[in-house]
Design a protein around this ligand. Sequence first.
Ligand code: NDP
Length: 283
Amino acid sequence: MGEILDGKALANVLSEEIKEKVKVMTASGIKPHFCVINIGDDPASKVYVRAKKRRAEKLGIDQEIFQLPAETTEEEALTLIQKLNKDPQINGVMVQLPVPSQINSDHLIEAINPEKDVDALTATNVGRLWQGTHFVKPATACGIIDLLDHYKISIDGKKAVIIGRSNIVGKPLAALLLERNATVTLAHSHTKNLVELTKQADILVAAVGKAKLVTEDMVKEGAVVIDVGINRIDGHLVGDVDFENVKKKASYITPVPGGVGPLTVESLMQQVVALTRRQNGKS
Ligand code: NDP
């Protein structure tokens, strides 16, 4: 029976560490300050944005939400990003995705100064991630590595299979696992014989957004299973993994909720702190 990887408990530990760091920084006159730009009325986005604000406030980080109307033009959003880029009081900027269809989200992301790119999504920071010269890391991927490390799960030499190749989760996680000497395979909707791949995985990550995509027969005995997926079924949150059945085969498994999710928010705050320190000449 797999041991539960308790993301919520680790998030609480990280939270205390971040709070302490922010306290010390604030005492020396440097208070981290970051901005989230949310465009339009997507209800899920509003929930996420508010959750980030609450978290930031608890940690002593200043956080501003720029809520823009659904009809905002790309030019207007770019003008705001440029203003925030230039403001020396602001250490981090992120755009909450998705954005309304008249706006190309890639254009907004690319306009963010890489030094303030909390989500680490600009081409500069993606390149740095793959080069191993990163100073900021995508939050979800970073949280997953922290979780594996916390439970002393070795990554070196392990075969990792990630289902999902998004810029936000799959690809950056591949880079971070590779950096830690895993042998990484990225699977996606065009992958043939997915089961053959997943059955070889020592570390199996599901980041798709399809409930119960990963079933018991897809998992090797003793594998570490990380479920990134968030799906709402009959008002309940579930992941991409058939948790109850896969748990019997896995050595470790993340629950949903309470696994990767809480770590993502905490990791995001770590990135804000890291960027603020860097902007103030601290490594
Ligand atoms: P995307 O929709 O951007 O990517 C989904 C990926 O899954 C794509 O690469 C897609 O392939 C692949 N895919 C779709 N269907 C299949 C299939 N049948 N077999 C194999 N691969 C498939 O999603 P995100 O990466 O943004 O998010 C993934 C999930 O993680 C969502 O549920 C999201 O809510 C959740 N999430 C959770 C976070 C957390 O903190 N816990 C943070 C971020 C996301 P292709 O590229 O070919 O289309």
